[in-house]
Design a protein around this ligand. Structure first.
Ligand code: FE2
Length: 168
């Protein structure tokens, strides 16, 4: 979200925090059928209580298609376009010795065609998100890989062979 906001001259603080918080209630309230507290209703209510920007709350609603809030603004469409994809790219990185480094759109597409790999990731959402953004799929994937790669250390995506204490 930060990388897209920076690229497009948008509010990186808003976009980054929206990305960070959009699933904040998921582990505790995963039941999407719970109309009171089910994800992401609890985090939306909490953010409203804290006077968070309404566009942040709306974007969080829009990533949950069952809430009937369409992803319309650039931030909303970007959230939908990177959410499932980031999960998938992290899964790809975890099974590679070099982690995120050197991961290509071509190998991502190949892995997307293996239903057993990261089976929880909805392939239609991955494709549909990029389409809704009007992005070429490979270019979109390459941009998100580069964004994750730039933060590989803090995201722990450096790969198995990158262990050891950080240089000081
Ligand atoms: Fe979510």
């Amino acid at each position: 979200m930060l990388a897209f906001a920076e690229r497009d001259g948008e509010d990186a603080g808003l976009w980054g925090v929206t990305g960070l918080l959009h699933d904040a209630d998921y582990e505790r309230f995963p039941d999407m059928d719970d109309a009171e507290q089910g994800h992401p209703r609890t985090i939306m209510a909490e953010l409203r209580r804290r006077d968070a920007p309404p566009e942040m709350v709306r974007a969080i609603a829009s990533h949950a298609d069952y809430l009937g809030v369409a992803a319309e603004s650039p931030m909303e469409r970007t959230l939908v376009a990177v959410d499932e994809l980031c999960g998938f790219l992290v899964a790809c990185a975890y099974v590679r010795p070099d982690g995120i480094h050197g991961l290509t759109p071509k190998s991502v597409t190949k892995k997307l065609k293996q239903p057993s790999f990261a089976a929880a990731v909805n392939r239609a959402d991955v494709r549909g998100g990029a389409e809704q953004l009007g992005a070429d799929f490979d270019e979109h994937v390459a941009f998100v890989i580069a964004a994750l790669e730039a933060r590989a250390d803090e995201l722990d995506l450096r790969g198995r062979d990158a262990g050891g204490a950080p240089a000081s």
